[in-house]
Ligand binder design. Sequence first.
Ligand code: GTP
Ligand code: MG
Length: 304
Amino acid sequence: MDSQAMIDYIRSFRLDSCRHGNQGYSRVLLQLFGYTGHGKSSFINSCKYVMDDGPYKVYAKVARSDDKPETMIRNTYELTDTVTMVDNRGCVKMNKDETGEIYAQLGNFLPLDCEVKWHSGFKDMNQILLSADLMDQSADFIVPVLVYSAQKQIAPAEEGELRELVKKVKNITGLFPTVVITHKLSEHLRDTEEKFRMTGAENMFPVENYTEQDHLKTRGKHEGLLKCLYEIIRDVEFRMRERRDPLKEKIERKRILYEFAHNREMEKVQEIANSERARREELERKIGEARKHPYFHYLCTYFN
Ligand SMILES: Nc1nc2c(ncn2[C@@H]2O[C@H](COP(=O)(O)OP(=O)(O)OP(=O)(O)O)[C@@H](O)[C@H]2O)c(=O)[nH]1
Ligand SMILES: [Mg+2]
């Protein structure tokens, strides 16, 4: 399929035209997430560039270097009348506190166009989910899009973390994340693709983003980006062939997040109990050592 045909398909896609109509959804939300500095904001600018067919513009602010987080606010960018892209806050490391917030962003329980702060406890998650009831966001068809740079090699320790992330995202959104692999010219592309394949992710798209410094149009870059958007929308159309209920889906997402926050809290309580037990055992060991000392009984009598 040529570029223009893909653009036309993406532009003209309407939820109303799906097999069972819109089923209560009013828009498609491409939820971009992942580690900081992997190219989420650049991907948004690149998608707007290939779709608008005008001059290159910076819509989403891009980091000057990739080691300092740039995007702190969950900003939205309209791609077409039906499709909106969300630039979620990236995390530096998938630790337990940050993943909670990532899941809350993906579940669409954090307000759009507002700053995202990392929280840590069950109470915080409770507050997030209760506040979310004030916003009506059940009408968004959520598509999770994990952005990962091929330039950053996936360390062996990270593989399990990514597998867990992909599994959780699937539970929360009902979809395997589409993986956009940026910096596709990197020598680590094959290895990155292979590692993501092991996580169960089916849809993977290597792309080379346009940047402010380098946005000379090339067919390779253009077609790579369009193919990715085209396949994402085709997948939405495919999913919309099933009978769905946005409200039920929202309740299920909420249940999973409560469960996640509860388990995380239990793990913390367990960690505290374990370290307390280890401290007590160490103390008892020291007392046992002291008892063996010849002066121990003499000292006991003296202090009594
Ligand atoms: N060559 C090349 N550079 C890229 C590509 N994608 C992103 N970059 C560069 O990588 C840096 C980080 O990109 P961003 O788009 O700001 O990354 P981000 O994921 O939005 O980062 P945070 O907002 O901090 O989470 C910038 O300097 C981009 O110009 C790519 O595919 N190829
Ligand atoms: Mg960004």
